[in-house]
Design a protein around this ligand. Structure first.
Ligand SMILES: [Zn+2]
Length: 76
């Protein structure tokens, strides 16, 4: 598979973290997607897009499966 952005031919499936912001919290959702190794473009298939939409809907609800891995801090 070639990257449509930079035409690089190194597109590898990797685990990346999609970032959502809910009520000032940053929530990472790990997904495995093909990523261009030269420009960083991510390629989402239909299934992944649907999965992320579902997850996004869950995040604001009580009882969403979340664990705290750090804090978001602001300087100043
Ligand atoms: Zn690329």
């Amino acid at each position: 598979m070639r990257c449509v952005i930079c035409h690089g031919d190194e597109v590898k499936v990797m685990e990346v973290k999609e970032e959502f912001v809910v009520n000032n919290n940053i929530i990472y959702v790990p997904v495995r997607v093909p990523v261009c190794q030269s420009c960083g473009e991510r390629y989402y298939d239909r299934q992944t897009v649907r999965f992320l939409e579902e997850v996004e809907g869950e995040l604001g609800k009580k009882g969403a499966k979340l664990k705290e891995i750090g804090k978001v801090l602001m300087y100043g």
